[in-house]
Design a protein around this ligand. Structure first.
Ligand code: CP
Length: 312
């Protein structure tokens, strides 16, 4: 694996999930993997889980880990040929080149602006680091994908499924603010490429995800129909792709006990952070069907598998 930006970078989704499970079962067997190597994590946006689980993964494998919040760095220019006489003091060419001399793996988090769809879907920031870095680049969530979250979600489903091919319902849920499509894009992409689940996606009219991520999944606009018979319910809000960045005030899309009763005694999943009693009721989140902490735990093992695969 050269970089880790999406499911397409994994030679085999099954093998990568398997490696995450193996490291989780016996982390000490892998504690020399990153010996004499350095991981740099670069954050353009806030984080709790991604930052700490990736740091923990690096330390577990023996990497030296350096994390930098770019709020404390120079503002970067990403366009070529620009006269840099405004507020951007450093070009990504130099930044990526310099960082590549300090580390063996460079991990980057950069969210979309949700104003210009073409600009966001070009995934400019992460792709600029791939272009100019001379070391492998890992996505810690880009403008359009969150692959480490999705790999952790695959592992969590593998650990908890009751049937060989469970029905997994990804449902849009309410939120007071405009959110990216990165998590649901990535979740759909990984579920489809993994091939071990039947994915159904439920969202209001006008909130269909980009077809490039959902081709192969059933997409419906009836939440109850999607939840019926599901073994896993994955809730997430996302803003509109077609009316780019638009939101909707639809509180009835909350996942609550009544909705969960439609399922096949499903587990509830969410990537976190989650807004209680907006996205999901306290009752569901506090129940023994909630896997949100297990998902967050598996972020460490997903990151460890990716770091091991990149430095193999
Ligand atoms: N799920 C997730 O990526 O959490 P953070 O934004 O806290 O890293």
């Amino acid at each position: 694996m050269e970089n880790f930006l999406s499911v397409h970078d994994a030679a085999s989704v099954h093998d990568l999930i398997g490696l995450a499970a193996k490291i989780k079962a016996a982390p000490l067997d892998y504690d020399k993997t990153g010996q004499h190597k350095t991981l740099i994590n670069l954050f353009f946006n806030p984080s709790l889980r991604t930052r700490l689980s990736t740091e923990k993964a690096g330390v577990t494998l023996g990497f030296q880990v350096i994390t930098m919040d770019m709020a404390g760095g120079w503002k970067l220019e990403f366009e070529d040929g620009v006269v840099m006489n405004l507020d951007r003091a450093e070009h990504v060419r130099e930044a990526a080149g310099v960082l590549s001399q300090y580390c063996d793996v460079l991990a980057v988090r950069s969210f979309p602006e949700l104003k210009d769809r073409d600009a966001d879907y070009a995934d400019r920031v992460i792709n600029a680091f791939v272009k100019y870095a001379t070391v492998p680049v890992v996505s810690l969530e880009s403008a359009i994908r969150h692959p480490l979250q999705s790999l952790a979600d695959c592992l969590t489903i593998r650990e908890h499924r009751r049937s060989a091919r469970p029905r997994v319902a990804l449902t849009w849920a309410p939120h007071p603010r405009q959110l990216p499509q990165a998590v649901p894009n990535s979740f759909a992409e990984w579920m489809i490429h993994w091939g071990d689940v039947d994915l159904v996606i439920a969202n209001p009219e006008g909130f269909d995800l980009a077809p490039e991520f959902t081709r192969g999944a059933e997409v419906v606009h009836d939440q109850a129909a999607a939840l019926r018979g599901a073994e896993f319910v994955y809730a997430k809000n996302w803003s509109s792709y077609s009316d780019y960045g638009a939101t909707a005030d639809l509180p009835d899309w909350i996942v609550n006990e009544e909705k969960m009763a439609l399922t096949d005694d499903a587990f509830f999943m969410h990537c976190l952070p989650v807004r209680r009693n907006v996205i999901v009721s306290d009752g569901v989140l506090n129940s023994d069907r909630s896997l949100v902490l297990q998902q967050a735990n598996n972020r460490t093992w997903a990151a460890a598998a990716v770091l091991a695969a990149l430095t193999d």
